[in-house]
Design a binder for this molecule. Sequence first.
Ligand code: SF4
Length: 274
Amino acid sequence: MSVRIAWYGKHFGEEPPLVGDESQGSGTIFFSKCNLKCCYCQNYQISQENLGKDYSEDELVDIMIDLQKQNAVNINLVTPTIWWQTIVPAIKKAKKKGLTIPIVWNSNGYENVEVLKNVSDVVDIFLPDFKYGFNELGQKYSGVHNYTDIATEAIKYLNEIRPELILDENGIAKSGLIVRHLILPGQTESSLCAIDILSSINKKIYVSLMAQYAPIYKSTENNELRRTNNEEEVHKIFTYLTEKGMLNGWTQDLDATDCFVPDFTKQNPFEQSL
Ligand code: SF4
């Protein structure tokens, strides 16, 4: 079986424990296609338009080994869920060929527990999104009726199997769980509900709150998504997270300058953001 990959290489745009220093980076593999259809997808060229090239299982093994040779601190599998049946044997083969760096499962959170059980033996760090605090928003923006239900069950399971984020002596993540949440303009209630759900699972979960939403792709079809977040709504959500006692993780500044949309038609889609 093959997989479709849009780009692979060292990437520095992830949370600090997943990146290391300038000589390291996250060995990132962007898989094409996605099981969600988010109207604001920054990676729509690959997730919705299927840009990419097909690679065999053995070629995927070689890519992982090559990224390790380039001094990457991990293998970061982005939007891997639909390809899990090829990815799992490829990781096993790569480990036999000397792959030792941690494997990161960088997903949208919309995946069944059964799939996660199948990958759990070979994946060290789970990095799911938790996009919406209620199902209605998943229907409206991502085209599925049960996002919150499915993602909640997924994160409950991941919290059971990876309850702690374990770092090495240099602060590089070796195993664990980090949950990402993108704040959407005008959707504060959804973010507060998402925090309620996460805090009810485990207040110690590492949460990466991202504030830098930018209108793109089909997002402008929704009036409320035609703007960026404002300080008031972002501050409210950051404050709520702290009040709920969720103190582990990272928050992205609203005025950070890394609001960059990759262009996967380029040899290096992230050239300007490096
Ligand atoms: S889950 Fe991520 S990659 Fe998939 S459509 Fe949504 S934003 Fe794009």
